[in-house]
Design a protein around this ligand. Structure first.
Ligand SMILES: [Cu+2]
Length: 523
């Protein structure tokens, strides 16, 4: 109805002007987006091969057929950043080809008709001219087939070998051939397939929109992106790799380059066994922190996930984390304080301000004697640290810290055996393990025997508290704060700046005072 409404002459002119304005704004927007995106849409599929996407074992057949499609595909280099990848089978890296020694492979290189250039394959696993490159040059719309025998055990790169070869590698054409020894590799719980590679883009790291390949930057070996599996964030967020405490983990790692070496390191972890440079028949190096993987090289690393934590995979040329070289492995499982736990974390945060809580504690528990009393665990101390309760009282410890604690009867300097403790929140006597009162959790105990008890935290043994259990139910509750309760410092930004300024003034003053006599002495 409204569409067909009649408008006056003036109204028509106004509408016409608005239409012209709308068209000009629209065309301006379009031309801007075209110049920024070079005609490419901002959205593209994810081309990153998941590190979990690999065959679990070689085929038992003596002769296997492998088909690789050399696809040029738009994909995501990072969130909001698109790139025209050149790929094997549409992903970076290309699929892992898992073989066993002496298997014969019939290799098909299929270049789809919509490709813009010739592609091919050269594998470091292949003994033959150009690693297959000489017989696999395949123009768009064609297929090449050749065969090879896997004559050496190891972890090998494959890549496109069509000139300009480094450009084909830099655009994503690489993957791995694993040739397993007779009998195969030992079984592990988790295997991951990770390939590091550089990307050289027209815009700087993080610039949104479509990014073209910058040959000059590639030639100068100055990448904008250094990434695992073809994109920023291939192993972060919801793509974080998941393992469990106790899992044996194996990583097949390729450094595709094409230019940079990689210093593979796992922050918070250990490379228990390093099969250097992908040499699977050599004895591994044991307990390695960082292993160097040359461009065009590989490494197989294995480790046992011991501690529930998040491990960070990096190239320890660490500024590359600013270029995307960052991934996570989440080790899921119960915390084991005996292996790793915080004793004191001196980070200055809002939550360390205990003044409010301390006031509440004093108000709440000094008002009357009750059969239930509360001790707060705040800032690595029990508050109040000394209490007196009647027989039959139930005391509740509320953990307001950000880490776990225990309430364990005894003297931390001469701790009792687990089964000799009058009370113990850790449950060690029953389970043999130390369970913590987690952040935000609480634990209660009812005191039926009169006496004076000392208690402490097993994982933070400087935390000490006392409970006096009186015989008379009408006795007064006395309160006291533990010595460690009030040591917290809470500084706002202005206070820090102020303190720094005062510190600088004092420092400069001291320098002036001490500098003068020295000059006199030397002259
Ligand atoms: Cu190619």
């Amino acid at each position: 109805m409204r569409v067909r409404r009649v408008v006056g002459k003036q109204g028509a002119m106004t509408a016409f002007i608005i239409l012209l304005l709308a068209i000009s704004v629209l065309s301006l927007t379009l031309s801007q987006s075209v110049s920024a995106d070079q005609g490419q849409p901002a959205y593209a599929p994810n081309r990153s091969l998941s590190p979990t996407d690999l065959p679990s074992a070689p085929s038992p057949a003596d002769r296997v057929v492998v088909r690789l499609f050399t696809e040029e595909e738009l994909g995501q280099l990072a969130d909001g950043v698109t790139y025209d990848f050149w790929t094997f089978n549409g992903t970076v890296p290309g699929p892992m080809i898992r073989l066993r020694l002496n298997q014969t492979v019939e290799m098909h290189i299929i270049n789809p008709p919509n490709s813009t250039m010739t592609h091919s394959i050269d594998s470091h696993a292949i003994l033959g001219t150009g690693g297959g490159g000489a017989v696999s040059q395949t123009p768009p719309g064609q297929e090449s087939i050749f065969q090879f025998k896997a004559l050496r055990v190891g972890l090998f790169m494959y890549h496109c070998a069509t000139p300009d070869i480094p450009s084909h590698i830099a655009n994503g054409m690489y993957g791995m051939i694993l040739v397993e020894p007779p009998g195969g590799l030992p079984k592990v719980d988790k295997e991951f397939y990770i390939a590091q590679g550089e990307f050289y883009t027209t815009g700087p790291f993080g610039q949104k929109g479509f990014q073209g390949f910058d040959f000059q930057k590639a030639d100068a070996e100055t990448p904008d992106y250094v990434v695992f599996n073809g994109r920023v964030g291939s192993m972060t967020g919801n793509r974080t790799l998941q393992v469990n405490v106790g899992d044996t983990v194996r990583i097949f790692f390729l450094n595709a380059g094409p230019n940079l070496d990689s210093s593979l390191h796992i922050i918070g972890g250990m490379l228990d066994r390093v099969y250097l440079e992908g040499s699977l028949l050599s004895p591994p190096l044991l307990n390695v922190q960082t292993t160097l993987v040359p461009a065009g090289g590989s490494v197989m690393v294995e480790f046992t996930a011991e501690v529930a934590s998040t491990l960070t995979i990096v190239d320890h040329s660490l500024f590359r984390i600013h270029h995307g070289a960052l991934g996570y492995i989440k080790v899921n499982g119960p915390a084991n304080p005996a292996l790793f736990s915080s004793i004191k974390n001196a980070t200055i945060t809002q939550s360390l301000n205990t003044s409010t809580t301390a006031t509440e504690v004093t108000t709440n528990s000094s008002s009357s004697v009750s059969n239930a009393t509360t001790v707060y665990i705040v800032n690595f101390a029990y508050s109040p640290a000394d209490i007196t309760v009647p027989v039959g009282a139930t005391v509740t410890w509320v953990n307001q810290d950000s880490v776990g604690h225990t309430v364990t009867e005894g003297d931390p300097n001469s701790p009792k055996a687990a089964n000799a403790r009058a009370f113990d929140s850790s449950g060690e006597a029953l389970t043999g393990k130390v369970a913590l009162i987690g952040a935000g959790q609480s634990w209660s105990y009812t005191f039926n025997a009169p006496g004076t008890y000392e208690y402490y935290c097993i994982v933070h043994p400087y935390m000490i508290g006392h409970i006096t259990v009186g015989s008379a139910s009408g006795s007064n509750t006395t309160q006291g704060n533990g010595g460690l309760t009030n040591f917290s410092i809470t500084l706002g930004g202005n206070e820090i700046v102020g303190l720094s300024a005062v510190g600088i003034v004092i420092l400069v003053g001291l320098m002036l005072v001490f500098a003068r006599p020295r000059r006199n002495q030397s002259s």
